[in-house]
Write a protein that binds this ligand. Structure first.
Ligand code: ASC
Length: 128
C-alpha cells in the first residue's frame, strides 16, 4: 500500500514515463527516424510489456486530485478503465511476442495495436 495519495500518483506517473520512453524509441525505429536494431527493439518491447502491468496499482481512490492528469471519470467508470488497461497489457504482451520474431509486418501491426490502446484510454480518461 502507498503511504500517501501522492505516492500512488508518482508511482503510476513513473511507470507511464518509462513506458513512453521505451515505446517512443520503438516508434522512432519503425518510422525510420533512427536505425532499426532488432535486439534493442525486442528489449524495449519486453520492457513495455512488464511496465504495462504497473500503473493500474497507482490508481487508488482519492488520487484524482493534485499533480495528476487523471480524470475523475476513471473512478466513476472503474470497470471500463480496468478493462481498457487490461487490453493495453494484452497488446503489449503480443508486441513483445512479435518483437521476438523477424516478421516486420506483424511487429508493426502489434505496435499499432498497442499505440491504439494507449490513445484509446488517454482520449477518455486523461486531461488534454
Ligand atoms: C506514445 C506516447 C503515447 C502514445 C500515444 C499512441 O509514444 O507517449 O501517449 O504513444 O501517442 O497513440
Amino acid at each position: 500500500n502507498f503511504k500517501e495519495v501522492d505516492d500512488a500518483i508518482h508511482y503510476r506517473q513513473a511507470a507511464f514515463g518509462m513506458i513512453a520512453h521505451n515505446f517512443g524509441d520503438m516508434g522512432a525505429m519503425l518510422k525510420g527516424k533512427k536505425d532499426y536494431d532488432a535486439a534493442i527493439f525486442a528489449m524495449r518491447a519486453t520492457n513495455v510489456a512488464a511496465l504495462s502491468k504497473l500503473p493500474l496499482e497507482g490508481f487508488v481512490s482519492g488520487s484524482d486530485t493534485g499533480s495528476t492528469e487523471a480524470l475523475a471519470k476513471i473512478w466513476s467508470d472503474k470497470t471500463d478503465f480496468d478493462a481498457k488497461m487490461k487490453t493495453f497489457q494484452e497488446n503489449a504482451d503480443l508486441l513483445a511476442l512479435a518483437a521476438g520474431t523477424s516478421d516486420k509486418k506483424q511487429i508493426k501491426q502489434a505496435f499499432i495495436n498497442t499505440g491504439k490502446s494507449c490513445k484509446g484510454c488517454h482520449d477518455v480518461y486523461k486531461k488534454d
